[in-house]
Design a protein. Structure first.
Length: 346
């Protein structure tokens, strides 16, 4: 026993650290993984919203009110406390100094754990070259759309509305590519009630949500939703009068370069009356140390590497527009986390 302890101390000294320090760091990795799931669940069950409003709640009472299992609810509270999102005393939980930032970025955790869980679970499979054919990975499209609706609001909205104000014409028909649950279309039509909206997405569950939400907003007669692949979009009579096309958080799916140029050209053909394309997306983050990466970057970039999807840089994008039949009017660099940008194209 004594010899083992001395050997461990010798190894520790040789490595320039402490055993206790390494244990704490590795334990933190494990607990943070559990905490990420807990944050996503806490948002989805309404706990984060209630905590934000009340600052303090009783986990058992919350479980009873919302039809949840009390024991599991206390366990969830413990997970949140372990990563210092809340402070816990028995069944009472209070917001911590980290709560507001957690609440602000909660959609990133949902994207990771709810939308992309299967993708990361199958990482060993996806790393093998021979497996990377066909539909070799899966994600939850409805959960991705749920998260992206708030990610869009957090990262893109203010810059997007400034770009809309610069259009210089009244919107008649707007088409949103990769519309997800339709949040952008609904917002545009609420601000421009004389316009009509067209949503296009490949994910049927997200389109079902979009139709439901548009109807709830009183916009059923002003909206149409089509299940289609933006990368292989075909002309339709409904597209003829579209004068504004928006595309957010899916432009990286256009790449690699040859495919991107072809897709941009196809959009010109499918929407012959379009006067502007507002293209907002994440881009590859460069020049940041691995240990200094902002929130979301690591999951977003690794996830797309696993899916064999190219993430272009801003310079890559600016190099394809002319060849794709568009002129670049303005580049709006947001770069909040994952190199966000909005291009205004004519």
């Amino acid at each position: 026993m004594e010899h083992s302890a001395r050997a461990q101390e010798g190894d520790t000294a040789a490595n320039g650290g402490t055993v206790d320090g390494a244990v704490r760091r590795v334990t933190s990795i494990f607990n943070s993984a559990v905490g990420a799931w807990a944050i996503a669940a806490a948002w989805e069950i309404g706990l984060l919203d209630e905590l934000r409003a009340a600052k303090e709640i009783n986990a058992v009472e919350f479980a009873a009110t919302h039809g949840l299992d009390a024991t599991s609810m206390v366990g969830l509270s413990r997970a949140l406390a372990a990563v210092e999102v809340v402070k816990r005393e028995g069944t009472t939980i209070r917001v911590s100094a980290n709560f507001n930032e957690t609440y602000r970025t909660k959609s990133f955790f949902h994207w990771l754990t709810r939308g992309s869980a299967e993708l990361f679970r199958q990482m060993p499979h996806s790393l093998v070259k021979r497996n990377r054919v066909g539909a070799y990975y899966q994600r939850d499209s409805a959960a991705i759309a749920y998260a992206c609706r708030e990610i869009n609001e957090l990262c893109y909205d203010s810059t997007f509305w400034a770009a809309v104000e610069r259009l210089g014409y009244d919107i008649r028909v707007v088409a949103d590519l990769g519309c997800g649950s339709g949040g952008r279309l609904i917002d545009v039509l609420n601000r421009h009630p004389a316009a009509r909206g067209i949503g296009i997405d490949l994910a049927r569950p997200a389109l079902d949500d979009a139709r439901r939400d548009a109807a709830a907003a009183g916009l059923a007669n002003q909206t149409s939703f089509f299940e289609a692949d933006v990368l292989n979009l075909q002309r339709r009579p409904e597209f003829a009068d579209v004068d504004l096309v928006t595309c957010f958080m899916m432009g990286h799916d256009f790449w690699p370069k040859e495919q991107c140029v072809a897709t941009l050209r196809r959009l010109r053909e499918c929407f012959p009356s379009t006067r502007r394309l507002l293209l907002g997306d994440a881009t590859r983050v460069e020049g940041v140390a691995d240990t200094d990466l902002p929130i979301f970057v690591l999951g977003f970039e690794l996830g797309h590497d696993l899916m064999d999807i190219t993430l272009p840089t801003i310079a890559d994008w600016e190099g394809v527009f002319e060849e794709g039949g568009w002129s670049l009017v303005r580049t709006n660099r947001i770069e909040m986390t994952v190199g966000e940008v909005i291009f205004e194209l004519a």
